[in-house]
Design a protein around this ligand. Structure first.
Ligand code: GAP
Length: 447
């Protein structure tokens, strides 16, 4: 993990947030390469969910959330971790991080009983700071999908089964943020709520588990590093009938990468008005605040509250997994080592680096700039001109940040319009004509 963290900082993937003031625990900033990688991972998810499925629609809702949403979702009551305080050093820990009743910080065994600690952040809304005028920073993107259920149902004329997908920030006041970007207080989620007829839920759940496994494989996370874990009944979230966690072998241990839950009719039922007319199967709190009936009519004209299957993945955990899988240290023929990030082409922050052989040769640099602009206009993603004058160093740098192809422009290019293409993984170099670049990149970047 340390080597990966060091690469992320050194090359501009991930920095500690507020670093110049000593940082803010559980928060990270994504630098020039981190933001590209993150966007590419999110795009891959969005394409697989929204673009590939006519019955799945996108949403981008607000982060600030009315307290009533989190009350009726059950989060005010139950979204907490049991925590224990050390009376001696005043540190606070999650109960499951304590062994033998000993404080992990100072070794004292003078600890408080465990108490629930709600993980939601509150913030004031409007100019008056009091207990009534607050909103929550959403702890999951899911709730605003449920509160927009009727809007999207009506505006898209959907019928079951259909889904709503959202990518966005979520906030949790984790007691012990840890393991780099694995457990943080501000993170992004990629969540799908897939609405089905009750009775079709178990089949849909199984199908989504398989689809999500296939997707992670396509991002470069191999199946042999993944375990499926069925969450035991007594550990299920308050809304879930069954949850399968996709567990990945992170550098610090096997932990949850994504959860796929069968949320039944709990959420729509909880946020709905006139609950007594809806045949809700889950145990929901009485709701006299909602002004919307979150249900559809069945063939017999009776109200039916759809069941929900929810694949929910963390972007940061996804990033950590793909970076961990891509990170390789290779020994070369001359016994030197190179670090190479073997990211899948669609995830690479930079797709192509164009390198002039001579830094100060005006003709070569101009030609390289033209070629960079030509490749840029092909819209594969970010293309850079790397004018350091040191080809070897440029290759090493682009190996480390995962650039799949370097295009070198030299004197021969000026004579015959050909360039050298170097492959990141094999380090093979081939000479091709500029007019064949598009086909070459089409074939090799879109795999
Ligand atoms: N809507 C369901 C939900 O939020 P969850 O299991 O609490 O379920 C879903 O979270 C995913 O969000 C997790 O599998 C994980 O990838 C990510 N996640 C949750 N808490 C996180 C945290 N503190 N830091 C980073 N990622 C987190």
């Amino acid at each position: 993990m340390d080597e990966l963290v060091s690469l992320c900082k050194r090359r501009g993937f991930i920095y500690q947030s507020s670093e110049i003031y000593g940082g803010l625990q559980g928060t990270y900033d994504f630098g020039p390469l981190g933001v590209e990688l993150k966007n590419n991972l999110k795009r891959a998810w969005w394409e697989s969910m929204v673009y590939e499925n006519d019955n799945i629609h996108g949403l981008d809702s607000s982060i600030l959330t009315n307290q009533l949403v989190m009350r009726h979702s059950g989060h005010e009551e139950t979204f907490s971790d049991p925590m224990v305080d050390c009376k001696k050093c005043k540190s606070r820990f999650r109960e499951d991080n304590i062994t033998d009743n000993v404080c992990p910080s100072c070794g004292s065994n003078d600890l408080t009983e465990s108490r629930p600690f709600n993980l939601m952040f509150k913030t004031n809304v409007g100019p008056v700071e009091d207990n009534a005028n607050f909103a929550y920073l959403r702890p999951e993107t899911a709730q605003s999908i449920f509160t927009n259920f009727k809007n999207i149902l009506d505006t898209t004329s959907s019928s079951l089964p259909f889904g709503i997908a959202q990518i966005g920030k979520a906030f949790r006041n984790e007691i012990t943020p840890r393991n780099f970007i694995f457990r943080v207080r501000e993170f992004e989620q990629m969540e799908l709520e897939y609405f089905v007829k009750p009775g079709d839920d178990e089949k849909a759940h199984d199908a989504w588990v398989q689809k999500r496994l296939d997707w992670w494989k396509n991002q470069g996370v191999p199946i042999n590093k993944i375990e499926l874990f069925e969450v035991p009944t007594d550990e299920l979230a308050h809304y879930s009938k069954k949850t399968i966690d996709i567990m990945y072998e992170f550098p610090h241990g096997v932990e949850e990468l994504e959860g796929i839950a069968n949320r039944t009719d709990f959420d729509l039922g909880s946020h709905s008005k006139k609950q007594e007319e809806l045949n809700i199967n889950s145990k929901v709190l009485n709701n006299s605040d909602s002004n919307s009936r979150l249900a559809v009519k069945n063939e017999d004209g009776e109200w039916l509250v759809p069941y929900v299957i929810e694949p929910s993945a963390g972007v940061e955990r996804g990033l950590l997994a793909v970076l961990n899988e891509a990170y390789n240290v290779e020994t070369l023929e001359d016994n030197k080592t190179r670090i190479v990030l073997k990211l899948k082409p669609h995830l690479c922050p930079i797709k192509v680096a164009v390198i002039p052989l001579k830094k100060n040769d005006q003709q070569i640099v101009e030609k390289a700039t033209k070629i960079k602009n030509i490749i840029n206009s092909m819209s594969f993603g970010r293309v850079v001109l790397e004018n350091t004058g040191n080809i070897g160093k440029s290759y090493r740098k682009h190996d480390e940040i995962g650039t799949p192809y370097c295009v070198t422009v030299d004197f021969e290019t000026l004579d015959n319009e050909s360039v050298t293409i170097r492959d990141r993984d094999s380090m093979d170099q081939t000479r091709i004509n500029i007019e064949n670049l598009n086909n070459f990149l089409q074939d090799n970047l879109n795999t």
